[in-house]
Ligand binder design. Structure first.
Ligand code: DGT
Ligand code: CA
Ligand code: CA
Ligand code: ZN
Length: 577
């Protein structure tokens, strides 16, 4: 049992209490579950290990008292919580899907259920289309419209998973497969290997000696909810989180052909197959053939080479010009995770982060980074405990003190300053000039018309202290569409003013997305890849940012945080003198 699974159950209990309100102390109790949930998620050790250790207590975990400790013990013991089950039995399960909708929280769910007997997303959609939401307390024509939009996003998201969810599942399954002595090699293929922002299902390719025994071992994986198919060379299962996994058992001699085929994309494969056809050959998941004769199949390199092409990195395989570029010897030399020298967006306990400046710096040092930029929120973001002017000045002082204390890494004082609705910034210039680097972002009034949003961003760029634009489109993958603005105008203005666009590497954002990175690249613009870490472990998100940059054809020279510290500072917008 992973901490995250326990946290998910606690979150659901809290939501159920807020929807049902059947306990006189529900506000108090729900808040306790929320607090415990955050603490469990962030806890560095597995709760299961603590529960099994006779010398330790679950109540040592912050936010966990005797009652919650008992609930955790039950979850670890039985995989579920009777308290949770009892509450769940009181509503239709499909009602909880409403919580996936942007702008819909437990209070709204309760309202829709009580007033209109809404039992599912379909019910809610029908009610919104009939104009029956707008007259409920706290609702309006506009919020009714937003709910219809949110339902559209929800429908598109159905059955797809964030890149980190798929990556972590692939890692756990790979480790599990290697526990079988018969397994020699495991490689994730499909959209995961291409670094796509979402994954529909996981395609694992396995080489090993005894396929039957590998299949037997695989289906014993404890995270499996259902076995969908089990044949000689293919096993399909559904995991408990609903992610489907297709495992293909292969011979080493044909591994390259299978890897090439199952990596996709389909569009890339179709183009490559046409190329083979034009030579009178045939390309399949088994080999590149001339009649019955096998021309290549052991490695991908051999297959591409036979077709007079260099090996093409998986992230480029979308049939968006990569085959033509490969043919001309003009494939980009893509940026790599190992090229990254520092991280330029992160939060600490001063606003909504979970670690101190020093802890973040030490963790970054462990990764071999040369610099970090601390960017806590400005005052407008009250829900994230944004800093007012006075606290910001104190925070800058603390960052300077940390710089003296932690050696071997540059610690820069920054801020993620809110761009207010009219394009002004949340801090005055007097304060902005005291930061080493100012990053700005939009966090409010996301639904304004495109023209207003464009003007808002352009106005922000006019401020001479603005050097980086954080998560430029504000999208949240599978949850919220980007806000609308004139992308080309904003890119051009950023370029003109020397404002660098961030690629936010948080797997729920990946903002800029791959297409926008490519657009920026084609305009000769450079980017910065940042994790927006709220915890040292979020530094690991960098790899998702890098794979998105690679999908956008970015080279090392296009990513400024591959530079050593002095060169990076020299490449940013010059500060006013
Ligand atoms: P996903 O799972 O929706 O995130 O995307 P993929 O790309 O992983 O797609 P998936 O799992 O359906 O198939 C894996 C790869 O297998 C796909 O990228 C290319 C190859 N493939 C699957 N079906 C076909 C097909 O009908 N034609 C061709 N040429 N390739 C296919
Ligand atoms: Ca797939
Ligand atoms: Ca598949
Ligand atoms: Zn932000």
């Amino acid at each position: 049992m992973e901490n995250r699974e326990i946290a998910v159950l606690f979150e659901e209990i809290s939501n159920l209490m807020k929807i049902l309100q059947d306990d006189p102390k529900w506000t108090f109790k729900a808040a306790a579950y929320d607090r415990a949930k955050r603490s469990i998620e962030a806890y560095p050790e597995r709760l299961e290990d603590i529960a099994r250790d006779p010398h330790r207590q679950l109540t040592d975990i912050p936010g966990v008292g005797a009652d919650l400790a008992k609930k955790i013990a039950e979850i670890i013991e039985t995989g579920q919580s009777s308290y949770h089950q009892e509450r769940l039995a009181k509503i239709p399960r499909s009602l909880l899907d409403l919580l996936q909708l942007q702008t819909v929280g437990p209070q709204k769910v309760r309202l829709f259920h009580k007033e209109l007997n809404v039992r599912s997303v379909d019910d809610l959609e029908a009610a919104a289309q009939a104009g029956r939401l707008r007259d409920l307390p706290g609702m309006s024509v506009k919020s009714e419209e937003n709910i219809l939009k949110a339902i559209e996003v929800f429908r598109r998201a159905a059955g797809r998973f964030h890149l980190d969810t798929a990556t972590e599942a692939a890692e756990v399954l790979t480790a599990w497969l290697h526990d079988s002595k018969a397994v020699e090699q495991v490689t994730p293929a499909g959209s995961l290997r291409r670094g796509c922002e979402t994954v529909g299902d996981l395609d694992l390719l396995v080489i090993g000696r005894d396929h039957a025994s590998i299949a037997e071992h695989f289906v014993k994986f404890p995270g499996i909810a259902a076995i969908l198919a089990k044949g000689e060379d293919k096993v399909s299962v559904k995991l408990k989180n609903d992610l489907q996994v297709d495992v293909r058992l292969l011979e080493p001699s044909a591994y390259g052909a299978a890897l090439q085929y199952f990596t996709g994309s389909k569009e890339h494969n179709v183009a490559l197959r046409d190329r083979a056809k034009r030579r009178g050959w045939k390309l399949s998941e088994y080999a590149l053939f001339h009649g019955d004769k096998i021309l290549a199949r052991r490695t991908e390199e051999e297959i591409y080479a036979k077709l007079d092409l260099p090996w093409i990195p998986p992230e480029l395989r979308e049939n968006l010009g990569e085959i033509e570029a490969a043919e001309k010897g003009e494939l980009p030399k893509l940026v790599e995770l190992g090229d990254i020298r520092g991280d330029l967006q992160m939060h600490t306990t001063a606003s909504d982060g979970r670690a101190t400046i020093e802890e973040m710096a030490e963790a970054a040092k462990q990764l071999g980074y040369l610099y970090i930029l601390i960017t806590d929120h400005s005052k407008a973001v009250t829900i994230a405990n944004g800093l007012d002017e006075k606290r910001a000045v104190e925070h800058i002082r603390r960052i300077h003190a940390a710089r003296k204390k932690v050696k071997g890494i540059e610690i820069w004082a920054g801020s993620e300053v809110d761009i207010l609705g009219d394009g002004r910034l949340d801090y005055p210039d007097e304060l902005l000039k005291q930061f080493d680097i100012v990053l700005v972002s939009v966090h409010s009034r996301l639904t304004m018309p495109a023209e207003e949003m464009t003007a808002r961003l352009l106005r922000a760029f006019e401020n001479p202290y603005v050097r980086i634009l954080g998560h430029p489109t504000g999208r949240q993958i599978l949850r919220r569409d980007p806000f609308t603005f004139d992308l080309e105008k904003v890119f051009d203005a950023a370029k003109k003013h020397g404002v660098i666009l961030e690629l936010n590497a948080n797997p729920e954002r990946l903002d800029l997305c791959d297409r926008h990175v490519r657009l920026a690249r084609d305009r000769g613009m450079k980017i910065i890849i940042s994790t927006d870490a709220h915890d040292p472990k979020h530094f690991q998100f960098m790899r998702y940012g890098v794979s998105t940059a690679r999908r956008g054809w970015m080279e090392k020279s296009g990513v400024l945080n591959t530079l050593p510290p002095e060169k990076l500072l020299a490449s940013l917008r010059p500060l006013p003198r």
